[in-house]
Design a protein around this ligand. Structure first.
Ligand code: FAD
Length: 467
C-alpha cells in the first residue's frame, strides 16, 4: 500500500476542538504559539511539519490523540526527543511525549519504570542514587523509548548484557485501535517480541519497565590521538579488542572535533582518532588492559580513569545541542586486514574525506546471544557497526551525502546483511525487509497486520502490514 500523506488536508480549528476538550496537554496547529518549539528536532536538516501536535501529559491524552488520528484517517508520528525523525509528517498527528517523563527506580527489584518521554540522562542519574545503571546509549539526551524499541546498543554495558531491548520486562502501549495494552511475555507475546526491535511500528509506548545493573562506577573515558596515526591506532585496536573480556567495551572513531566545552580549546577543529573505553572492572585491571593502546602513540588527550557511572556521557563526549548533518550506517560481517587498509584509505589522513565522524563500534559478546525471551532485534552475529556522519547544512546536502556514500560504498565488500534500526537515516525509510532480514520481517508484518492493519504508524522505518 502506498500513502501520499502530503495530500491530506490541514486540521481545522473546529476539527481540533474535540481533541482540545479531550486532552489535558496541549493541542497545537501550525501558527499556534508553541508549535515551532514542539516540532523542533535534533538534526537541524530535518523539517517536521505535521497537521497537529498533541503534547501529551498522560496515557489518556495519547489515547485521545490516536482516536482523533483514526477518526481523521491520519498517520501518527511519535516524537520523544526528535533524534531520529523520518519524513516531514505532512498531514500527520504528532504525539510529543516529552512531558511524560517520570522515572521510578525499584532499588530492590533492580528495575526502572519510565514514562515515554524520559531521556537517558535522567535515568542514569536516578539509577545511580541506588548504585545501579541502565543499558544507556552514548548520548545523554537520547530518549529511552525510541532507543530501546530500536534495540538499544549500549557502548558502556552492552557487550556483557546485550541490547537494551533484551532487558525490557513490560511496556504499556496504546495501539492503533486506541486500546491501552500492558505488554509482556505472557500477556501479548507476539507484540512483546515485535516491539523490542521493531520500533515505533506497533503503537505508542506510554511506559517501559526494564532491568538495571549494579554498576556504580567504570574505568572509562577517551584517548585522543593525532589523526595522522589513524592506521596505527586502528591496527592496534582491532588486534586488541577481541582478546578483551566482555566487561571491556571499546570503539574507534575518526573525528573532526567540534568546539565542545568538555574539550581543551587546543583540540577544537582538530582531526583526531578517538578510542572510547568503558571497562566494568577495577581501575588497576583496566589500566593494565589499556596499556598497549596507550603505547601506540603519544595521546593529545587521555581521559580514561576511574569514574562514577553518572559521568558515562563523557566517554563519547557527543554534542547534546541540535546540529545539522547527514548520516548513514552499515553493519560489517567481518573486518580483515584489507578492510582495515580500505578504511584507512577512505577515512585516514591521506583521504579526501571531510566527515565529522567515522565510527566503528565492535560488537559480539552478549550482543550476539538471543535473550531469554527472544525479540525482533536483527543484528545478532554481526561483529561491527560502521557509521559515517557529515556535518553541514541543507544547502550542501548533495556533497555531504556523497561524502558519506564514498565511505560506505568503499566498505561494501564487507557489508553485512541486516541493519541497526537505531542508525537508519531519515531517507532510509524503505526496504525494511532488508533491514530485518526476510524471516524476521515476515513475522513483524504479521504482527503489524494484527495491531495496525491500516498502517497508522507509518512515518518510521516502516513494516507494512502483511497482505
Ligand atoms: C547523537 C546520537 C547518539 C546516539 N547513540 C546511540 C547509541 O549509543 N546506541 C543506540 O542504540 N542508538 C543511538 N542513537 C540512535 C537513537 O537510539 C535513535 O535516534 C532513537 O530513535 C532515539 O530515540 P528518541 O526517542 O530519542 O527519538 P525520537 O526521534 O523522538 O523517536 C524516533 C522514533 O522512535 C519511535 N519512538 C520514539 N518514542 C516512541 C514511543 N514512546 N512509542 C513508540 N515509538 C516511539 C518512533 O518511531 C519515533 O519516530 C544515537 C542517536 C544520536 C543522534
Amino acid at each position: 500500500m502506498t500513502f501520499n500523506d502530503s495530500s491530506l488536508p490541514p486540521v481545522l480549528p473546529e476539527d481540533a476542538a474535540s481533541l482540545v476538550a479531550a486532552v489535558t496537554g496541549s493541542v497545537l496547529l501550525p501558527g499556534d504559539a508553541g508549535y515551532d518549539d514542539e516540532r523542533a528536532v535534533f538534526n537541524l536538516n530535518h523539517d517536521l511539519v505535521p497537521a497537529v501536535i498533541v503534547v501529551a501529559e498522560s496515557t489518556a491524552d495519547v489515547r485521545a490523540a490516536v482516536a482523533f488520528a483514526a477518526g481523521q484517517h491520519r498517520p501518527v508520528l511519535v516524537k520523544t526527543t526528535g533524534h531520529q525523525m523520518v519524513g516531514p509528517a505532512h498531514g500527520a498527528v504528532v504525539i510529543a511525549t516529552r512531558r511524560m517523563n517520570d522515572v521510578a527506580i525499584d532499588a530492590v527489584g533492580r528495575t526502572a519504570r519510565v514514562g515515554a518521554g524520559a531521556i537517558w540522562a535522567e535515568v542514569v542519574k536516578k539509577a545511580a542514587e541506588a548504585g545501579l545503571a541502565p543499558l544507556n546509549g552514548s548520548n545523554p539526551t537520547v530518549g529511552v523509548s525510541g532507543y530501546t524499541l530500536g534495540g538499544g546498543l549500549s557502548p558502556t554495558l552492552g557487550r556483557s548484557h546485550g541490547y537494551a531491548a533484551d532487558h525490557v520486562r513490560s511496556l504499556d502501549v496504546v495501539t492503533a485501535d486506541g486500546e491501552l495494552r500492558h505488554v509482556n511475555a505472557q500477556s501479548e507475546p507476539d507484540l512483546f517480541w515485535a516491539l523490542r526491535g521493531g520500533k515505533g511500528n506497533f503503537g505508542v509506548a506510554t511506559a517501559l519497565e526494564f532491568d538495571l545493573f549494579p554498576v556504580p562506577r567504570l574505568y572509562g573515558g577517551g584517548i585522543y590521538f593525532p589523526g595522522e596515526r589513524t592506521a596505527d591506532v586502528l591496527r592496534a585496536w582491532t588486534a586488541w579488542h577481541p582478546g578483551t573480556p566482555e566487561t571491556m567495551i571499546s570503539s574507534f572513531a575518526v573525528l573532526r572535533l567540534r568546539a565542545l566545552p568538555q574539550l581543551p580549546e587546543s583540540l577544537y577543529g582538530e582531526f583526531v582518532v578517538h578510542l572510547r573505553i568503558a571497562y566494568n572492572g577495577t581501575a588497576a585491571d583496566g589500566e593494565r588492559m589499556v596499556a598497549p593502546l596507550r603505547a601506540v602513540a603519544p595521546a593529545l588527550l587521555d581521559t580514561v580513569a576511574d569514574m562514577p557511572y553518572t559521568k558515562v556521557a563523557s566517554i563519547h563526549n557527543e554534542t547534546t545541542e541540535p546540529v545539522p548533518y547527514y548520516e548513514r550506517s552499515i553493519m560489517l560481517r567481518e573486518f580483515p586486514a584489507d578492510a582495515l587498509d580500505k578504511l584507512v584509505e577512505l577515512a585516514g589522513p591521506d583521504s579526501a574525506n571531510t566527515l565529522t565522524m567515522v565510527e566503528l563500534r565492535a560488537l559480539g559478546g552478549a550482543w550476539d546471544r538471543e535473550p531469554a525471551v527472544p525479540n525482533a532485534v536483527a543484528t545478532r552475529g554481526l561483529p561491527y557497526v560502521l557509521l559515517g556522519v557529515a556535518g553541514g547544512p541543507v544547502s550542501e546536502e548533495q556533497q555531504l551525502k556523497e561524502s558519506v556514500a564514498v565511505l560506505l560504498d568503499g566498505m561494501e565488500p564487507w557489508r553485512g546483511d541486516r541493519r541497526l534500526v537505531n542508525n537508519l537515516a531519515p531517507d532510509e525509510a524503505t526496504d525494511a525487509a532488508a533491514i530485518y532480514g526476510p524471516e524476521r520481517y515476515k513475522r513483524l508484518a504479521a504482527v503489524k497486520k494484527t495491531y495496525d492493519p491500516t498502517n497508522m504508524f507509518r512515518i518510521n522505518h516502516n513494516v507494512a502490514p502483511a497482505a
